[in-house]
Design a protein around this ligand. Structure first.
Ligand SMILES: [Zn+2]
Ligand SMILES: [Zn+2]
Length: 361
């Protein structure tokens, strides 16, 4: 694609580093509001906050505030958007749903409905270039780092044309709280900075720049790691025969699991999307154990699962889908002669019953 249009430079194309063209050669539509807020303002103020973290006095109270808001908004995304609204791993009482909807909006990761539809499309078309909204295999250039950057966050700057069947889902369209949160989203973004601003008398502008912008950018980065790093680096989940999950390139990454509340156990999540516990492993069956197959090792931290257990004890969550003790990945996923993504394309991800019924887009 030439950056020259009618003898003059096409500056948007030059500045977009080629991300404005999709793998099929079609031009993507930019989303100016995302470019300005998430591409310029948020990183700009976050860098200012980072600079001030080193150059101005900051007390423990400011960092506690930043950490508390990080964790609050993170659970809005991991527990709310992901494990509840996308995959319906449990039932949640109304007061908890309201808190999660507010926390989710304050994360600035878009309204619940948009997040969930993009994510369901991600599961359906995982790592299929041109269809997955954020696969690191979308662009092969720059030794693979171009795709990694795309999945990390550049995809947010362009309009994702959701595939048929992923434009509207009935369970979201009929959820009054989800629809309220959609309308309230701009106000929740304002609240995301309004809450730290209330601490201005204690911490001055550091309250907004560090506990606001820097903290929001940190969570955005951690979420981006799930889409980029966790589809590239880490271990694959192993089933009860010791077979690796290979229907897509998702990986379990310990570091991302720590910073993103357990979401870094991403290969396990793709292998068993409906299960609200991501940090897990399964027991080997007798045959595999006798054959000397090595079991999956390591620690899979999952803070969101611990919170689910706590909220279930408090009665705010019920009917939690429990992880199965043994799992056998479909043989189809394991055919070694087919290229990885071709194998996946033929394999249909099972989705919760609520999402099977789709409204026409
Ligand atoms: Zn994924
Ligand atoms: Zn998911």
């Amino acid at each position: 694609m030439s950056a020259l249009v009618k003898g003059r430079r096409d500056w948007p194309a030059v500045l977009s580093l080629g991300f404005n063209i999709d793998p099929s050669g079609k031009r993507r539509k930019p989303v100016p509001i995302s470019i300005v807020t998430l591409g310029i303002l948020l990183p700009g103020f976050a860098m200012w906050g980072l600079y001030r973290a080193f150059t101005t006095p900051t007390g423990i109270g400011l960092w506690v505030l930043a950490a508390a808001l990080y964790v609050f908004t993170m659970f809005g995304v991991t527990l709310g958007n992901h494990r509840y609204w996308t995959h319906r791993g449990f039932e949640a009482r109304f007061p908890l749903r309201v808190v999660l909807a507010v926390a989710s909006g304050m994360s600035m990761e878009g309204d619940i409905q948009g997040w969930v539809l993009n994510h369901r499309a991600h599961h359906r078309f995982s790592d299929v270039a041109g269809k997955d909204p954020h696969s690191p295999y979308e662009y092969p250039g720059w030794r693979g780092y171009k795709g990694l950057l795309w999945a990390q966050g550049v995809w947010l700057f362009f309009r994702y044309e959701r595939p048929p069947g992923y434009a509207v889902h009935r369970d979201l369209a009929q959820d009054r709280l989800v629809q309220w949160q959609r309308r309230a989203f701009p106000f929740l973004v304002v609240a995301n900075f309004g809450v730290p601003l209330a601490f201005y008398p204690l911490y001055g502008w550091n309250s907004v720049l560090i506990a606001g912008a820097l903290r929001t950018a940190a969570l955005m980065t951690a979420t981006g790691f799930v889409n980029s790093v966790c589809h590239k680096w880490g271990h694959r989940a192993k089933d009860s025969r010791g077979h690796e999950y290979r229907a897509d390139d998702s990986r379990n990454n310990f570091f991302v699991a720590v910073v993103a509340g357990g979401e870094g156990n991403h290969s396990w999540h793709h292998a068993d999307p409906g299960c609200p516990r991501h940090g897990r492993r399964v027991a080997l069956d007798a045959e595999a154990a006798a054959a000397g197959v090595k079991p999956e090792r390591g620690w899979h931290p999952d803070a969101t699962w611990r919170l689910i257990q706590l909220l279930a004890m408090l009665g705010l969550i019920r009917n939690v889908k429990q992880p199965k003790a043994t799992i056998y990945f479909a043989d189809k996923q394991l055919v070694p002669s087919l290229p990885l993504r071709q194998t996946h394309r033929e394999w249909h991800m099972s989705e919760p019953a609520e999402t099977q019924e789709l409204l026409a887009s």
